[in-house]
Design a protein around this ligand. Structure first.
Ligand code: F6R
Length: 365
């Protein structure tokens, strides 16, 4: 039931404060992660993990890409991320003491399951699943499971599954990091930041009208670029995927530093550039990049931390967002991009919940 909402996707976007909170419940106190909540075997299996291999598809793959930044920064453990359909069809090497981490909303994605089954033959320390469907194949075949508490996701374009995957992945990262010497006060700082996320997501939802206004600039466009740096690069990828899927506008994501290595040549008045920038560094660099194309009418849409003081000016539209901790920023910054694609799709009149050519769960190759 969509209730008061026009589409399931919008309803699911608005459920995020609640389901992110539910995903934290029983797994974190005010300042700590409760490792036992990840399973009685967790302490044993997370000890001596020397490498994390993440496997997923689509949106779940983007969650894995964010997690890589967290795992290497906080746990100091090398982490590789690969789409399941590539991993399963190439000769791959699994290092000893690898934690094999599959991320899947449905737990039934054929490529992800095939990758897990193959890797089992090669051997690894443990298989961890981050999944939204209890009793799914992925859950049954893994040693450790962290369920996302998103509830059923009906819209084909994944929204609340993604932000709850990120929540579960950050909790997992902190547990792993503790085995690798993360200081208690650092853990407390991040857990405190995590507790702020549901409220920050609500603050973003309150900006819906402004984002809807912004979406009008995309309605008659055929292409767009999404830029992000660091852990916001996968957020840009996810934003681009959402726009492609439901509005059918071609969108490409780049790490911001790559702009001048090619894609800058594409920028003109017909190519809006969306930037997720929790701090000012990136925006300053981008502004200087864009000077070159300003004459050609390149327009920039910036989602920025209000503390960064990014100002509106000609050709630069700024959406001021609440101040967020750098670690939790990818969770919060995903939400305005979801709303942006949603409104563009509604303006274009596409079938938002059931985009052409796509299925909710890809259980065949
Ligand atoms: C995009 C989307 C897909 C899925 C992908 C993996 O909005 O929903 O890209 O993320 O098909 O599905 P799961 O997570 O069920 O393995």
């Amino acid at each position: 039931d969509k209730g008061e909402y026009r589409h399931f996707m919008l309803k699911e976007i608005y459920e995020q404060p609640k389901v992110i909170k539910a995903t934290m419940e029983g797994r974190v106190t005010g300042s700590r992660v409760l490792e036992q909540a990840l399973g009685t075997e967790a302490a044993n299996l997370l000890d001596n993990v020397r490498h994390v291999q993440i496997i997923a598809c689509g949106t779940s793959y983007h969650a894995g890409m964010v997690a890589r930044y967290w795992i290497e920064e906080l746990a100091g453990v090398p982490c590789s991320v690969e789409v399941a359909s590539e991993f399963r069809y190439r000769k791959h090497v699994i290092q000893p003491d690898t934690l094999f981490l599959c991320i899947s909303q449905s737990g039934e994605t054929a490529d992800t399951l095939a990758a897990l089954r193959q890797a089992k033959k090669a051997g690894f320390r443990a298989a961890l699943a981050i999944c939204n469907v209890p009793g799914s194949s992925l859950v049954r075949e893994s040693d450790l499971v962290i369920m996302t508490q998103a509830g059923p996701e009906i819209g084909v374009a994944s929204t609340k599954a993604f932000t709850t995957q990120l929540t579960a992945l950050l909790i997992f990262t902190l547990a792993l990091a503790r085995h690798n010497g993360l200081a208690e006060d650092k853990e407390a700082e991040i857990v405190k930041a995590l507790h702020l996320v549901p409220g920050q997501v609500s603050d973003i939802l309150a900006l819906n009208a402004g984002i809807e206004e912004m979406s009008k600039a995309f309605m008659d466009k055929f292409h767009s670029l999404f830029l992000g740096r660091g852990s916001q690069f996968p957020v840009a990828m996810e934003g681009a995927l959402k726009l492609k899927e439901i509005s059918y506008i071609h969108a490409e994501a780049y790490p911001a530093g790559e702009l001048k290595h090619g894609p800058l040549a594409l920028v003109d008045s017909e190519m809006p550039v969306v930037t997720v920038a929790p701090n000012n560094d990136l925006v300053e660099k981008l502004k200087s990049n864009l000077e070159e194309v300003r004459a050609r009418g390149g327009e920039l849409f910036v989602f920025a931390d209000k503390s960064a003081g990014v100002q509106e000016e000609e050709g630069i539209h700024v959406m001021q967002l609440p101040e967020v901790h750098e670690i939790t920023a990818p969770i919060v910054y995903t939400v305005p991009l979801q709303l942006l694609s949603y409104h563009v799709a509604v303006l274009k009149g596409t079938d938002v919940d059931q985009p052409r050519n796509l299925a909710k769960s890809v259980t065949v190759e």
